[in-house]
Design a protein around this ligand. Structure first.
Ligand SMILES: Cc1cc2nc3c(=O)[nH]c(=O)nc-3n(C[C@H](O)[C@H](O)[C@H](O)COP(=O)(O)OP(=O)(O)OC[C@H]3O[C@@H](n4cnc5c(N)ncnc54)[C@H](O)[C@@H]3O)c2cc1C
Length: 263
């Protein structure tokens, strides 16, 4: 049960509060995960990030995109400098009420396999700026490590935004979490595809990058049948109330193929 609620004025203060309360304390951004009743029972201290000015979107002097950790999904969609693929990914979030609250930082730290921004952030090789650390961490690594260090902002290099891209997801209804999500980026050399990145959500406990398939396709001319066959045989989703493992594997193949077609 929540016993203490802090609204710090600086990041240093937020981190110091977190260090004092360790596992019982949580940073609170949009609260769409933390304010679920079972989470409110789990923690004792919330450290609200609203006063930390982490909701800016800008291009830095190198032309790279910088997105504050507390930027909401809706703000991404409304921004003039956010590229189309990230807007499309943000639009996959099930409804506007949640989009108005949910933040990009919370989506990454939540690390859910059906997190709608995560496949796109991974294929764009987006990086996390952890407060106080010089070295940037790939979103992919941050999630795999189940890192929970304070995210200040997310950085996407301009060269990755210039690649061809596709984003797709399937949900059972228009107001539900995605069952499977997929995103790809690549460059084209004549008819051959290269620098391929493929990420899929809903087929493992976190969103995963399909590195073996990326390698197999590198420098080839894309064939849809081969691609869907490779993916169906590679991913190992679990059967649950949203769908059987066979259906999810089939869907993963089709959605990745659609991403390439869209691109
Ligand atoms: C009804 C409902 C529908 C949903 N639908 C979707 C959907 O369609 N698609 C989707 O992707 N997700 C969905 N979600 C999940 C959730 O909304 C998202 O994952 C959202 O992006 C979480 O962001 P938040 O700001 O609300 O996180 P919060 O709940 O505030 O925090 C989540 C986690 O992130 C940590 N955190 C937040 N900011 C930082 C930071 N700067 N540094 C370090 N740690 C931080 C918190 O401590 C906490 O552990 C849904 C959730 C609900 C309740």
């Amino acid at each position: 049960m929540i016993k203490k609620y802090f609204i710090p004025e600086t990041i240093e203060e937020a981190i110091s509060l977190k260090n004092q309360h360790k596992e019982t304390g949580k940073y609170l951004a949009g609260g769409t995960i933390l304010n679920l009743s079972f989470n409110k029972k789990k923690y004792e201290v919330y450290i609200d990030l609203r006063k930390l000015n982490l909701d800016e979107i800008k291009k830095n002097e190198k032309g790279n995109l910088e997105i504050g950790a507390c930027v909401t999904f809706q703000k991404l969609i409304s921004s003039e400098i956010i590229p189309e693929q990230l807007k499309k990914a943000a639009m996959l979030m099930e409804n506007r009420n949640i989009r108005n609250m949910a933040t990009i930082g919370g989506n990454i730290v939540g690390g859910k396999t059906v997190g709608d921004l995560i496949p796109t952030l991974i294929v764009l090789e987006a990086m996390v700026k952890v407060y106080g650390e010089e070295k940037l961490v790939l979103v992919e690594e941050y999630i795999l490590r189940k890192d929970e260090r304070f995210i200040e902002k997310i950085i996407i290099e301009e060269k990755n935004l210039e690649k061809l891209y596709g984003v797709r997801a399937h949900s059972r209804t228009s107001d539900d979490l995605s069952l499977i999500g997929a995103a790809v980026t690549y460059n084209k050399d004549q008819e051959k595809i290269k620098d391929i990145r493929i990420a899929v959500g809903g087929v493992a406990s976190t969103v995963i990058r399909l590195k073996d398939i990326e390698k197999e396709l590198e420098g080839t001319i894309l064939e849809k049948q081969l691609l869907t066959h490779l993916i169906r045989n590679y991913v190992e989703p679990l059967t649950d109330f949203r769908g059987s493992k066979e259906f999810k594997a089939y869907l993963a193949g089709e959605l990745v193929a659609e991403c390439f077609e869209i691109a």
